[in-house]
Design a protein around this ligand. Structure first.
Ligand code: ADP
Length: 207
């Protein structure tokens, strides 16, 4: 059986990833594909429990090193237990965030050395890189506006400072420039429909 396709979606919170993943799931299912939608951190029972630890606001004492290793522990389980079997089954895997998030948030955002992150990430996930990763490019202020409308902009996020999110946003763009074969940057400040059309157009060669 033909191996499936592994497609990751990246960008800062509020860029529209989940909206597009949901639309794409519907579209691809209608086209007859078996689609597995998953997310990071998460996607398996163990990885979702790690996610709860990571996002718990009570855990403000968590060190950067602990945070990185928890993200990677969640990924190690997710890749082996869910993503690889789905791909072997011929499915299309749509994953909300994957390895670029580690490089953008922990690397560009928190300033952790990139070579070290690449090495640790490789240990966690082996050679299972996505066939294509979409980076949703949107100005930080615009993403914050969308989140504000949903009342989803958490004080914690805003207080982390615009500066942090600008570093992440620019980091994502830089990661896209470094790996144009595998990373596709999408202007996500347009309407839901325009973004959807472009995602579908760009995804066809990878199906
Ligand atoms: P993410 O998963 O990247 O955090 P979401 O898909 O949850 O982002 O979108 C954040 C908010 O912005 C939601 O309220 C969503 O309806 C809205 N949204 C998503 N895409 C667009 C768009 N292209 N234009 C305007 N609003 C959008």
């Amino acid at each position: 059986m033909k191996r499936g396709s592994f497609i990751a979606f990246e960008g800062i919170d509020g860029c529209g990833k989940s909206t597009q993943v949901a639309l794409l799931r519907e579209k691809l299912s209608r086209m007859g594909y078996t689609v597995d939608v998953t997310r990071e951190p998460g996607g398996t029972v163990i990885s979702e429990r790690i996610r709860e630890i990571l996002i718990d606001p009570k855990h403000s004492e968590m060190t950067d090193e602990c945070e990185i290793l928890l993200y990677l522990a969640a990924r190690a389980q997710h890749v082996r237990q869910r993503i690889v079997p789905a791909l072997e089954n011929g499915d299309i895997v749509l994953c909300d965030r994957f390895q670029l998030a580690t490089f953008a948030y922990q690397g560009f955002g928190r300033g952790f050395p990139m070579e070290r992150l690449i090495e640790l990430n490789e240990f966690a996930m082996g050679a299972n890189v996505p066939d294509v990763t979409f980076v949703f490019d949107i100005p930080v202020e615009e993403a914050f506006n969308r989140m504000r409308k949903m009342n989803k902009l958490k004080d914690r996020l805003e207080s982390a400072g615009d500066e942090f999110f600008h570093r992440i946003h620019n980091g994502y763009l830089e990661l896209g420039r470094r790996d144009p074969q595998r990373v596709s940057i999408i202007d996500a400040s347009r309407s839901i429909e325009e973004v959807q059309n472009e995602v579908i157009e760009r995804i066809i060669p990878f199906l």
